[in-house]
Design a protein around this ligand. Structure first.
Ligand code: GDP
Ligand code: MG
Length: 304
């Protein structure tokens, strides 16, 4: 009798329950579709049109930092732009080696933000590091590095507060690197991130952006709208949370514009969401009354 009833509840035309479960979103967008969410978020960006924000990208070499800058400006200008040089994974070398500062103009949807591209770190420590060094990262965080500064050369950084002081640091890591962390708990990427976290002053917001999600998830590769539904990506975000000790709402999985000839609202949403949140979090730190020139918080300690 029970069998008869249950077959009536699930006629053959209805999708099996596990398919329905698979399509449940683990992260909800502000509107039902990516296109609508993109338009809503784009409007929201207008509220920060006048404010100046610096977002600095730091991460391992080949993480997709330079590609992310091109993606952000492609979204902002509604065409594929080539602001900074990217390096193919197949070529040797570290790619970006100077501090590159790219500033939005009046035609951009982000208003007054400046994005700083840095040299990636490699898998080594101390003198063996051929990428960005700990001293470089410290100088970048403190705003002591001028545009054009060459990393890993022991080049002196000026002590004064300058226009490149970051308000938010986006730790950029590829999906493949996050997956590798499971097999290798002593990962350099993890150690470097934990060091980076110690170096970031209180007045700077910190988020993580996971690139190349198309490479580890077929569903996301086929349709970007699966990025917030895929179990693989959800697990990736959870693994990032556990490994780097960051809350999930500060972790943003994305896919960069590396193959398309035109930007589209669906693919742009996860990237725009990451940038908008970076600005939002940076604004929170700014409005807390933090003096960005001295790295010191000037509000009284509320817990006392
Ligand atoms: N499939 C895919 N490739 C990407 C993505 N982001 C970057 N890449 C590729 O990864 C390589 C390294 O990117 P790059 O931006 O130079 O990395 P950087 O060293 O962190 O600046 C380039 O070949 C990019 O085309 C992504 O989201 N998906
Ligand atoms: Mg680069």
């Amino acid at each position: 009798m029970g069998n008869k009833n249950s077959s009536q509840r699930h006629p053959p035309s209805a999708p099996p329950p596990q398919v329905l479960k698979k399509l449940e979103a683990w992260r909800l967008t502000v509107k039902p579709t990516f296109e609508e969410s993109f338009c809503a978020l784009q409007k929201e960006c207008g509220k920060y049109k006048e404010d100046e924000f610096n977002i600095c990208l730091i991460g391992h070499t080949g993480a997709g930092k330079s590609s992310l800058i091109n993606s952000i400006y492609s979204i902002s200008r509604n065409r594929i732009v080539d602001m900074v040089t990217t390096k193919s994974d197949k070529l040797p070398g570290v790619g970006t080696y100077r501090l590159i500062s790219v500033k939005c103009g009046p035609e951009d949807i982000f208003g007054n933000i400046r994005i700083l591209d840095t040299m990636g770190f490699t898998g080594a420590f101390g003198k063996d590091e051929t990428g960005i060094t700990e001293d470089d990262i410290k100088a970048v965080c403190e705003g002591r590095v001028k545009s054009g500064h060459t990393f890993n050369k022991g080049e002196a950084a000026t002590a004064e507060c300058n226009k490149n002081k970051p308000h938010c640091i986006a730790f950029v890591v590829s999906a493949e690197a996050v997956q590798d962390l499971t097999d290798n708990p002593d990962s350099m990427t993890r150690d470097k991130f934990l060091k980076l976290r110690d170096l970031v002053p209180d007045d700077i917001a910190l988020i993580a952006i996971i690139t190349k999600c198309d490479r580890i998830c077929d569903d996301t590769n086929t349709d970007i709208e699966n990025i917030y539904k895929s179990k693989t990506i959800e697990n990736l975000v959870k693994r990032t949370e556990a490994t780097f000790g960051m809350p999930q709402n500060k972790i943003f999985p994305i896919v960069n514009y590396v193959t398309e000839s035109f930007p589209n609202e669906k693919k742009s949403l996860p990237i725009l969401w990451a940038v908008y949140s970076a600005i939002d979090f940076a604004h929170d730190r700014k409005s807390m009354g933090v003096d960005t020139c001295t790295d010191r918080q000037i509000v009284p300690n509320m817990t006392k």
